[in-house]
Design a protein. Structure first.
Length: 348
């Protein structure tokens, strides 16, 4: 562990480990919104929600202890409102996800990767091998960073998984592409137009990588081209139809929404497992109330309950305006599976 990580004042007690003292989220202040959200989530997923609360208590411990307490729960670039946590729900199943800041706002962006890796240790999770952690640090180099790193969790009735999100600065595109080619046997796909690698996701338990690209605009044929590059050509038309169906917009207009991003997930020596298209839910649908009604209707039409999301999003059911609590809408095409969507929501 690096000296920077040791200086984060985090406990080394493993969550739920033998003889360990459970970590708990603070009960007051801005953390109250997160606690209330997790309490609502316990109505549909009691055990996964409890495990998520324990993990988030570890990851967010530095915020509660931050000397910059006046901004600790509002500084993040993760969500539109600066809240340091976002929950994500899937139309495919009742698994839910979160992404979170890994340290208080006083901690430099260059140190936040070490913080994320330290949290994995505390959670009793695998960490990247030493060579890969060193490669991650090389990717970030000495270039200016906007957020450094985040940590994500995934919780279901069968268990938990965690993912590190590593920022890729513009100056280190080459180093990041070389890393992905070394590990996955391929570089990130490129659109014929402009795109840039902005983030790498890594899941230690499965050794899966996900590379995230930002693009200014996508034509339908370009998305089909990306699916062919990712060995998912057979599902290309299905994804295009799904994008139009979910958005309720003509395909060219749906793919012109800004900001827009895509990701490709793959493991070493394996064909890509999924392609995902990202855009703000509000850019498609407008207000929180409209987003909620649209997504619940889509889930119902597909025979899905989306019960966790339905319960957690109740406080914004009648909310109007463009300053939404909903975040990113993800449209996912995974190998051998029908497409599905995921929706991000910050605690309210």
């Amino acid at each position: 562990m690096s000296p920077a990580a040791r200086g984060l004042q985090e406990s080394d007690t493993r969550v739920g480990g033998p003889g360990g003292t459970p970590h708990r989220l603070p009960a007051g202040g801005s953390a109250k919104a997160l606690l209330q959200t997790l309490d609502r989530l316990r109505q549909t997923s009691p055990e996964p929600a409890a495990r998520a609360a324990a993990a988030l208590a570890v990851v967010l411990g530095g915020l509660d202890a931050s000397p910059w307490s006046e901004v600790a729960w509002s500084f993040s670039r993760l969500t539109g409102g600066g809240y340091p946590v976002e929950l994500t729900f899937s139309s495919a199943d009742e698994t839910f996800r979160w992404a979170a800041e890994v340290a208080g706002p006083e901690v430099a962006e260059a140190v936040r990767l070490d913080a994320a890796l330290h949290h994995l240790e505390v959670l009793g999770e695998p960490t990247p091998p030493a060579w890969l952690a060193a490669a991650f640090r090389t990717v970030q180099g000495s270039a200016p960073l906007r957020f450094g790193a985040w940590l994500g969790g995934r919780h279901s009735s069968t268990g938990d998984r965690y993912k590190v999100y590593l920022e890729v600065p513009e100056a280190e595109q080459r180093a990041a592409c070389e890393l992905l080619e070394k590990h996955c046997g391929r570089q990130p796909p490129r659109f014929p137009g402009s795109s840039r690698l902005v983030m790498i996701g890594y899941t230690p338990s499965s050794r899966m990588f996900e590379w995230y690209l930002r693009t200014s605009r996508i034509q339908p044929w370009e998305l089909a081209f990306l699916m062919r590059q990712s060995d998912l050509a057979a599902q290309g038309d299905e994804l295009l139809d799904f994008v139009a169906g979910v958005s309720g917009l003509p395909l060219t207009r749906a793919l012109a929404v800004q900001p827009l991003g895509v990701s490709v997930a793959a493991g070493k020596g394996k064909a890509p497992a999924a392609v995902t298209l990202f855009a703000p839910a509000g850019a498609f649908f407008g207000s929180d109330g409209t987003v909620r009604r649209r997504l619940l209707a889509l889930a119902s039409d597909a025979g899905r309950g989306l019960e966790g999301y339905r319960t957690v999003s109740e406080p914004v059911a009648e909310r109007t305006g463009w300053n939404t609590r909903h975040g990113i809408l993800s449209l996912v095409s995974a190998r051998g599976e029908p497409p599905h969507f995921r929706i991000g929501l910050r605690p309210s």
